[in-house]
Ligand binder design. Structure first.
Ligand code: ZN
Length: 175
């Protein structure tokens, strides 16, 4: 009984971060008007995908604010234009913009926000980007979000489980 419990707990601890890494990504934004992630890959094997945005700079959001918006490449320009018209109080996004697939709120230095969206919203035939809708920022902060069919990190998970089994066997033998 105890052995079973320990094995399950350890397995959960080890595999959870690996599985989570498949369907989520952490993106840092900076005072230099950049994202540190050059592309985001979303696997079709994920039901939902989570993007956590952190602002690792110090400047406030009215000066160097960043959000992270996901949309079809063909919609980015129009979303940006409407966002500028909406203003900083609306996080530089038009309210309930149907073209926006997902977005975080606008954040300043030291802040973070995350967003989760259904991967089924992405169409394999479309090109997507993630960008910041703060006026002018998309010039540097507009990058590819790629919808891929293969699941990522399958090898890493198998390897971890293999090592775990070996370790558990050795650890639990005395019981
Ligand atoms: Zn920005």
């Amino acid at each position: 009984m105890i052995r079973k419990f320990v094995a399950a707990s350890v397995l959960a601890l080890v595999s959870a971060p690996l599985l989570a890494a498949e369907c989520s990504v952490e993106v840092h934004s900076t005072d230099q008007m950049t994202f540190d992630t050059k592309e985001i890959k979303v696997s079709k094997s994920c039901k939902t995908f989570t993007i956590e945005l952190k602002h690792v700079g110090n400047l406030p959001k009215n000066v160097m604010g960043h959000n992270l918006v996901v949309a079809k490449t063909s919609d980015v320009q129009a979303i940006s234009a409407d966002g500028i018209a909406a203003g900083v109080d609306k996080d530089y996004l038009k309210a309930d913009d149907a073209r926006v697939i997902a977005h975080t709120k606008l954040i300043g230095g030291g802040e973070s926000d995350s967003v989760t969206f259904d991967v089924s919203k992405l169409d394999a035939a479309e090109a997507y980007q993630f960008f910041c809708s703060f006026p002018g920022h998309a010039a540097l902060m507009k990058l590819a979000l790629i919808h891929i069919s293969e699941p990522t990190r399958r090898y890493a998970i198998s390897y971890a489980v293999f090592c775990l089994k070996k370790k558990l066997f050795m650890t639990l033998k005395p019981y």
